[in-house]
Design a protein around this ligand. Structure first.
Ligand code: F6R
Length: 610
């Protein structure tokens, strides 16, 4: 995710801000920038695509930029490819306002059009420049009031750092649903997106709440609510060391990323839902084209392939078109049946997986139109596809994917609804029901995450198993596959996922006294059949952890040894909730076994060799 750091004090500010940015590098980024205010030079902005070192070398570690107030940013591209011009800070045309920004301004297009109608010219593709220009348009000589007016014009999830050249020695920090902290020192003060940015200089912090505005000067920090009434902030002393601070206090990036999933899904879906409809601005698929498709191919590897397995069920159900899911490494060698009436959906977190990239090129060569679902903006797969839908999960650092997987699922749900509406294969009541439940996922996930201590307890019972089985039917089977992969990759326990109906065709011979079976039984139409499968394995000596929805918990607890429940939701959306207990279970089992969770042996985050 992007990083923000701002400093005002009595020392030269740019070196301090560059140092702060270097502590945010672990979060991942593709470009950097700083804005510095000095009375004799005014507001100066320097930006560079690529590593922080590039910018730092250009500025001799910041020494070239005089001034005692500065703010800096590490950008992870969302709106517009990584480039010097799209990097932050973004500046208003007359150079009065500089803005750095984490998050997304959802209605930036309508504000941009409004400002263009008033003669404003834009140089970048970013939503952030829209905010800088809007501030300038609204400016009436009072920075605080102007920021307040700006906040009432924008929608989204964001935090901002703002400097106004006309009001020196004062920075403004604002937050809505994207973290921003304040750091208090003697003769200096900070704001930052992450305590790591300033932990070497102060450990006295407070946390901005949503819609609060902080005015930061070297003498002090005053916080206001959205109506500009002063707010007293509680201060906290942070005693984490640097490495714990990087992980936001979590022991591992994987756990941090698991916990970030509600926010990541919110960011991915909310800008794309407008007035009760899914709006995918970047896609232009006509009803004729979609209705004439002979097939949809989903091509991916690993966890992204498992998203494809879940997507098959929902796309076939809503679109009534055949969906084939292919492992990328197999696809290109299997002489695939692709025509110019085939749509290939390619899923990749990194956008650089070589198997997926080459399979995608093959699909294109055979005539398919390629739509990719990618997390890394501007990556090779994103650039090489005909259309791209980004997941806005932010950078994923743990090798085992969690939040990227969840946001891929969310994008598939958006796509299924959007295509079904275009094709006329869904009625309005069903559309509304799914869309409303889709928007409820982040809140329901917060409830699921509250069970983490209970799941940690189950992990403590079973971490010594030599083999663990996941069984499920329909969408639960697809999630079982992901649960099994998560477990084996980070805990090194052998594990397999089976379609529960297949057990009697061979697999059940593996079950013996004490074998752990994780039974996913959340899909209501097949719940009773799953209960029969649980009885089958229990009567062969298995211990069963059952996962189901709240409405089946009583029934499930009569059969399983332990149960985990998730809130009821439209069946098509079950994977988004069910996968999280699987991730937590894998995490806590690996923790008990003392594994290197964020960097499992033999694995790499991005697989760029065949
Ligand atoms: C598992 C995992 C891998 C990736 C796979 C594809 O936790 O992360 O299985 O899903 O290597 O990677 P992307 O999605 O980057 O193409």
């Amino acid at each position: 995710m992007c990083g923000i750091v701002g400093f005002v004090g009595n020392e030269q500010a740019a070196p301090i801000v560059l140092e702060g940015l270097s502590r945010l590098e672990y979060r991942g980024y593709d470009s950097t920038g700083v804005a510095v205010y000095a009375p004799e030079k005014g507001l100066q902005v320097r930006k560079a695509k690529g590593r922080l070192q590039v910018l730092s070398d250009q500025l001799h570690g910041g020494v070239d930029l005089p001034g005692t107030m500065a703010m800096g940013h590490t950008r992870w591209a969302t709106h517009g490819v990584p480039s010097d011009v799209n990097s932050h800070p973004q500046v208003s045309t007359n150079g009065r306002f500089a803005v750095i920004h984490n998050g997304i301004v959802e209605n930036y297009m309508e504000i941009k059009e409004f400002l263009m109608d008033h003669g404003v010219q834009f140089v970048s593709e970013t939503d952030t420049e829209v905010v800088a220009q809007l501030l300038d348009y609204l400016y009436d000589g009072n920075l605080l009031e102007t920021v307040e007016k700006m906040l009432h014009r924008i929608r989204g999830a964001y935090s901002f750092g703002i400097i106004c050249a006309d009001e020196p020695d004062k920075m403004v920090g604002v937050r809505k649903d994207s973290p921003l902290l304040l750091g208090y020192g003697e003769g200096f003060n900070f704001f930052a997106s992450d305590v790591t940015a300033f932990i070497d200089r102060t450990r006295e912090v407070s946390y901005l709440d949503t819609n609060e505005i902080a005015v930061v000067t070297r003498e002090g920090i005053q916080v206001y609510n959205e109506y500009l009434e002063p707010v007293e902030k509680e201060r906290h002393h942070v005693d984490w060391d640097i490495s714990a601070a990087e992980k936001g206090g979590y022991a591992h990036f994987m756990l941090k990323e698991i916990m970030e999933q509600p926010e990541a899904i919110r960011k991915t879906i909310s800008p794309r839902i407008q007035n009760g409809r899914v709006v995918l601005d970047d896609l232009h698929y006509e009803a004729d084209y979609l209705n004439n498709l002979d097939k949809i191919y989903i091509i991916a590897c690993g966890s992204s392939y498992h998203v494809g397995m879940a997507a098959k069920y929902s796309l076939e159900k809503l679109l009534r078109k055949p969906v084939e899911v292919a492992l990328a490494s197999e696809f290109r060698y299997c002489d695939p049946l692709v025509t110019d009436r085939t749509l290939a959906i390619v899923i990749s977190q990194s956008g650089e997986t070589i198997d997926t990239l080459t399979a995608m090129r093959e699909a294109k060569r055979l005539g398919a139109r390629v739509l990719s679902i990618v997390n890394v903006v501007g990556s090779t797969i994103a650039r090489a596809s005909d259309d791209v839908l980004y997941t806005w999960a932010g950078p994923e650092i743990a090798v085992a994917t969690t939040k990227a997987y969840s946001t891929q699922l969310a994008v598939i749900d958006l796509l299924a609804l959007n295509f079904a509406q275009t094709m006329g294969t869904i009625d309005q009541a069903e559309y509304d029901a799914i869309l409303s439940d889709l928007q409820a996922i982040p809140d329901k996930l917060e409830q699921v995450l509250k069970q983490k201590d209970e799941i940690a307890y189950f992990a403590s019972l079973y971490f010594n198993q030599s083999s663990i089985f996941f069984i499920g039917r329909h969408l639960d089977y697809a999630i079982g596959m992901e649960g099994s992969l998560k477990l084996k990759e980070i805990s090194y326990i052998h594990s397999e996922a089976y379609a529960a109906g297949e057990l009697k065709h061979g697999t059940i011979s593996l079950i013996e006294d004490g074998t752990l079976v994780v039974a996913l039984a959340s899909y209501t139409p097949l719940f009773e059949k799953m209960i029969s499968n649980v009885v089958e394995v229990k009567s062969r000596g298995a211990e069963v952890v059952g996962l189901t929805v709240d409405s089946h918990s009583e029934e499930m607890s009569k059969t399983a040894d332990h149960i985990i429940t998730v809130p009821d939701i439209h069946p098509m959306l079950l994977p988004s909730l069910n996968v999280v207990p699987m991730q937590l279970f894998a995490y806590y089992v690996a923790l008990q076994r003392g594994c290197d969770i964020d960097k499992p042996r033999n694995l790499a985050k991005s697989v760029t060799v065949e």
